[in-house]
Design a protein around this ligand. Sequence first.
Ligand SMILES: Nc1ncnc2c1ncn2[C@@H]1O[C@H](COP(=O)(O)OP(=O)(O)OP(=O)(O)O)[C@@H](O)[C@H]1O
Ligand SMILES: [Mg+2]
Length: 272
Amino acid sequence: MQTDNGYTALLRADHLTVRYPARKARPGRPSRPSVDAVRDVSLAVDAGEILGVVGESGSGKSSLLRCLMLLERPTAGSIRYHGQELTELTPVELSETRQGMQIVFQNPSASLNPDMSVLQIVSEPLQQLRVGSPRERSGLALEALEKVGISASEAHDRPGHFSGGQKQRIAIARAIVVKPDILFADEAVSALDVTVAARVMDLLRALRDRMGFSMVFVAHDLAVVAALCDRIAVMKDGGLQETGKTADILCRPQAEYTRRLLEAARHTELRR
Ligand SMILES: Nc1ncnc2c1ncn2[C@@H]1O[C@H](COP(=O)(O)OP(=O)(O)OP(=O)(O)O)[C@@H](O)[C@H]1O
Ligand SMILES: [Mg+2]
């Protein structure tokens, strides 16, 4: 499977559309018209590449991300992962295929079980995949925690013991413990302070360099996306405005909307 630039894509979406159906009114719940959250989006992610998806709130970034993992079924279009059409897989085939895909969300406090130790949290995906013995799983979990900067002496603590940035590192450890080939991040640093966010982005890049996975990194802030990503896709109203290498998007934006995002990003940088 060749992309436009001649590389082989790990993940390729063609003409994706996600339409949320209209909802009839019920007592206490207003009606809602149908929404095309993603409109005819085509993109490719190469092996080892970090693709940023940027756009304002409601532009369809999370819907696109969920759809790329088939957590949301597309209304139309195709998603090929390792050349395999995801929309044609049975549920069992899909859950097996999805083992190479992992996701990190915005709010680690909500995604980490407060009653489990971080070692249990990070071991859990291995247990679900029936990898190794309990002892081997603990070893792999400790290794993943070490990669994100959490020491073995902290591994028996519960999430409540850690700061926001550390919690996000634990969520990243849980995602990388199964050695994914693609990581999805939905506003993964948006809830963190600027300096903490910068360190978590450095960590994500270092992990990509070390482990070689691809990443789709979604954020509303172009400055954040540009600091981390190799290529950027700009979304508005569910559609792609443009896709390009980060330097090209920053220096030679084609779409008027991208220029507006750039202007906004410059203001944020200046205020910082
Ligand atoms: N489950 C759903 N059912 C119906 N409409 C939805 C659903 N999820 C999202 N939408 C609508 O789809 C559109 C795109 O939403 P989405 O959450 O994908 O945008 P986003 O770019 O991730 O926004 P944000 O930056 O606020 O996270 C919005 O109009 C939203 O209201
Ligand atoms: Mg979102």
